[in-house]
Design a binder for this molecule. Structure first.
Ligand code: AP5
Length: 215
């Protein structure tokens, strides 16, 4: 499957993407995970991105397009991909349209996961993430705790709260989403690719996607 997952921070894009990868081997491509990995590794990309991320601002479009142009041409994308957190602005969406045309790739759809703001705020304050940049498993101390407190079930590394999960940064990320990313729903609606799924259960979202795809 070749999908874009749209939705506010905390809507569950990463959680749903990880569930979908188990269906047909499509890969999850999360620009947030790529950037956090770069910050942890101390690369030039990470140094440039860190300030924006910690404040809850978007990283410049040019940096993101540089990453995605390479990533989408890697071999593992041939089976399919789930774009999680990308595109995030109209210029990114326009550049992605051009890139996919150039590569001869057709998207199945753009899925907009619609979750109420109060649920989102609560989820983000209680989310924990594996600190191992090769794992980045997602937990929630209320709804999806690890088996052993503070330890990743999958790789045994520590699970931590992300640097952009302060109340101030979360509020700013939600405002940035409303201003810069929410308009993408109209962009993909105009291309006949948008499906909005309202629901707080990731299983319901995954089932609705499977139904749309006929799988
Ligand atoms: P990014 O990592 O993409 O963060 P985000 O979009 O803010 O999305 P999140 O990862 O916060 O949420 P999610 O929807 O994936 O939810 P999740 O499944 O984790 O981006 C971080 C930063 O990087 C940005 O602020 C920006 O600076 C930069 N960046 C990234 N991409 C960029 C781009 N394209 N352009 C420019 N800058 C970019 O779930 C959230 C929590 O809820 C978890 O704890 C989970 O366990 C829980 N949960 C999920 N589903 C359920 C459920 N059904 N029931 C109960 N709990 C649930």
């Amino acid at each position: 499957m070749k999908l874009i997952l749209l939705g506010a921070p905390g809507a569950g894009k990463g959680t749903v993407a990880k569930m979908l990868t188990r269906i047909d081997g499509s890969v999850q491509i999360s620009t947030g995970d790529i950037l956090r990995g770069a910050v942890q590794a101390g690369t030039d990309l990470g140094t440039e991105a860190q300030g924006y991320m910690d404040r809850g601002d978007l990283v410049p479009d040019s940096l993101i397009m540089g990453i995605m142009e390479k990533r989408l041409q890697e071999d593992d994308c041939k089976t399919g991909f789930l774009l999680d957190g990308f595109p995030r602005t109209i210029p990114q969406a326009e550049a992605l349209t051009e890139l996919l045309e150039k590569l001869g790739i057709k998207l199945d759809m753009a899925v907009n996961i619609d979750v109420p703001r109060d649920v989102i705020f609560d989820r983000l304050c209680t989310r924990r993430t594996c600190e191992n940049s090769d794992c980045q498993a997602i937990y929630n101390i209320k709804s999806m705790p690890p088996k052993k407190e503070g330890v990743c079930d999958k790789c045994g590394s520590a699970i931590v709260q992300r640097a952009d999960e302060t109340e101030k940064a979360i509020g700013h990320r939600l405002d940035t989403y409303n201003e810069k990313t929410a308009p993408l729903a109209g962009f993909y609606q105009g291309k006949g690719l948008l499906r909005t799924i309202t629901g707080t259960s990731s299983e319901v979202v995954v089932d609705a996607i499977k139904k749309e795809l006929g799988i």
